[in-house]
Design a protein around this ligand. Structure first.
Ligand code: C5P
Length: 203
């Protein structure tokens, strides 16, 4: 079957991961959470590796420890290494090869529709208010860290949004031809249905 790329971008905890997994499952597409790549580089930096070298040497094994990669510390480290143009450049080919594999692919991140896959057949930009996103991330994070507070999570999300939006290379932006989905007042099912319908129209 032909390659078919769905690019899903948006800020932290906007619902893009859930929507991406659901779309991939519905159409039988492969899914890549590109945030995990930056989180893996961030974690290697925390462990003392120079981030550009870490990005150039990244392998599947670096993506295995999901518990650590999903944590708040890894998220902040990820957004710090993600401002480095050489880190981003080292991860481009891997993401593009994945996007054009046979059978279709969904990639979610910050710059998929703008930089990694500007030719994607479907582009979505998923948003939600900072408060709604912080609440969602809080419910997730407190499972592994009972001391987390919602205020702390909101502050973290705002710092990361600012760093991601204000960087010079591949800032968080909706592509001009992306369809925006605001999930602030949508259930998961409703948001997934909107995304599935958009893909179905073009696939
Ligand atoms: O999506 P997630 O929250 O896991 O991403 C972690 C961080 O990785 C983001 O805050 C952002 O700085 C960076 N990132 C990026 N480009 C992507 C995906 C993630 O810069 N395509």
């Amino acid at each position: 079957s032909e390659p078919f790329t769905v690019a899903i971008d948006g800020p932290a905890a906007s619902g893009k991961g859930t929507i991406s997994r659901a779309v991939a499952a519905r159409f039988g597409f492969a899914h890549m959470d590109t945030g995990l790549l930056y989180r893996a580089v961030g974690v290697r930096m925390l462990d003392g590796t120079e981030p550009v070298a870490a990005a150039q040497a990244l392998t599947r094994a670096d993506l295995a420890d999901e518990t650590r990669l999903r944590g708040a510390e890894a998220a902040q480290a990820a957004s710090k290494v993600a401002v480095l143009p050489a880190v981003r450049a080292a991860l481009v080919d891997f993401q593009r090869a994945f996007a054009r594999r046979a059978g279709g692919a969904v990639l979610d991140g910050r710059d998929i529709g703008t930089v990694i896959c500007p030719q994607a057949e479907v582009k979505l930009f998923v948003t939600a208010s900072a408060e709604v996103r912080a609440h969602r991330r809080y419910l997730e994070l407190r499972k592994s860290d009972p001391d987390t507070t919602e205020d702390e999570v909101l502050a973290d999300v705002l710092v990361r949004d600012a760093r991601d939006s204000e960087r010079t290379t591949a800032p968080l932006r909706a592509a001009a031809d992306a369809v925006r989905i605001d999930t602030s007042h949508l259930s998961i099912d409703a948001a997934v249905e909107i995304a599935v319908k958009l893909v179905d129209e073009r696939y």
